[in-house]
Design a protein around this ligand. Structure first.
Ligand SMILES: NC(=O)c1ccc[n+]([C@@H]2O[C@H](COP(=O)([O-])OP(=O)(O)OC[C@H]3O[C@@H](n4cnc5c(N)ncnc54)[C@H](O)[C@@H]3O)[C@@H](O)[C@H]2O)c1
Ligand SMILES: [Zn+2]
Ligand SMILES: [Zn+2]
Length: 348
């Protein structure tokens, strides 16, 4: 019996295992009470959960809005094990993917149809307990039934896909336009895959990490280059999905007249970059931000079956949930694209 199983046994049947990140950024496997569903909530037993940059920020430096100690995990799918008193559309046993962004529904941004800008956001895995646990409580309206046949790991990629669809919407659309994606991580490669599906005139990905090029090709992206290997090419749409200053500066320089750069990468709050105002004026460029998934989760549920194989090609590493610390160490090497945690299921 493993250490975590012993911990679980010792705490009885009302306890579950969870990964906790402390204020001091320590990672531990803890035993906590199994959540019970409040009205309007369901309890989900995750089967698969992605680790992303947000989780790494929570572990390493802190992420705005994090309430420590926190159980991270926000890119997940699983089975519903209990439903709150007034939940009608979801039942026990359903397989669901979860939009982790709890919103208030009443602030000016929620009322304006911009839920990602909600003034009272309470994202799962950041401001309330997330999915790196045997069970997680979820607002029922955030749980979307998906066919389990889509695959557990693909279902866990619906959340990042929804962020990608929001970024594509921010670009003004990619059909028949030339696209450059800076960064071949999960976000960049999902963006590239989606842009191909949406019939962009061409899709090019650039990344200095040559190991990522092979993953890009596996996902069907043929034009993959080093950042200094693009010659004099200009593009109508550039997605900055690297999250580093040089990529943003280079990306603006790659825009053709009237082109749009979508800022997807999350930089440090204190970062500043030098941009060429003359070019922005002369070429009538647009630079727009894309923050999280807004209202795109249902669209991502619908879109995922179309890119199922390409999405699964992005999963390079899989760990058992209780080996989260080892997964984080491995991600630090910079070679993985998507790392997923799988759950053995509660031992009851
Ligand atoms: N806007 C959103 O809604 C949203 C959602 C999820 C993640 N993100 C952010 O998007 C970014 C990408 O996420 P990810 O999970 O794919 O991260 P990742 O770290 O896996 O990928 C980033 C990639 O950028 C590459 N890179 C580094 N410097 C580069 C350069 N100069 N030019 C081109 N590529 C370069 C790296 O080698 C790496 O492969 C991160 O900043 C993340 O925080 C944003
Ligand atoms: Zn994420
Ligand atoms: Zn709100």
């Amino acid at each position: 019996m493993s250490l975590t199983d012993k911990l679980f046994e010792r705490n009885g049947r009302d306890a579950m295992r969870a990964i906790e990140v402390g204020e001091d950024h320590s990672i531990s496997v803890i035993a906590v009470a199994v959540p019970t569903p409040a009205p309007g909530e369901v309890i989900v037993s995750p089967v698969c959960c992605g680790i992303c940059g947000t989780d790494l920020h929570i572990v390493r430096h802190g992420f705005p809005g994090t309430r420590y100690p926190v159980i991270p995990g926000h890119e997940f799918a699983g089975h519903v094990t209990a439903v709150g008193s007034d939940v009608r559309d979801i039942k026990e046993g359903d397989f669901v993917a979860v939009d982790p962004n709890g919103t208030c529904g009443t602030c000016r941004w929620c009322k304006a149809g911009r839920p990602n800008l909600c003034l009272n956001l309470f994202p799962l895995g950041v401001a309330r307990p997330g999915a790196f646990a045997d069970f997680v409580a979820v607002p029922a309206r955030n749980a979307y039934r998906v066919p389990e046949s889509i695959g557990h790991s693909v279902a866990a990629l619906i959340e990042p896909l929804a962020c990608v669809l929001n970024a594509v919407a921010a670009s003004g659309g990619v059909k028949d336009r030339t696209v450059l994606v800076m960064g071949a991580g999960t976000m960049g490669l999902l963006l590239a895959v989606v842009c191909r599906k949406l019939e962009a005139a061409s899709v090019t990905v650039c990344d200095p990490a040559v190991g990522k090029h092979a993953v890009a090709r596996k996902a069907g992206i043929e034009n993959v280059a080093m950042p200094d290997g693009l010659g004099s090419s200009l593009f109508e749409v550039v997605f900055e999905a690297a999250g580093v200053a040089p990529a943003l500066v280079a990306g603006v320089g790659r825009l053709d007249a009237t082109g749009t750069l979508v800022q997807v990468g999350v930089h440090n709050e204190e970062d500043r970059v030098g941009l060429p105002p003359f070019l922005i004026y002369e070429k009538e460029l647009r630079i727009v931000g894309s923050n999280s998934l807004a209202d795109k989760f249902p669209a991502a549920v619908e879109f995922m079956p179309d890119i199922r194989d390409e999405a699964s090609a992005l999963v390079t590493d899989t760990y058992s949930a209780w080996d989260f610390a080892a997964a984080v160490d491995n991600m630090a090497k910079g070679a993985s694209v998507k790392t997923l945690l799988t759950f053995p299921g509660p031992s009851r």
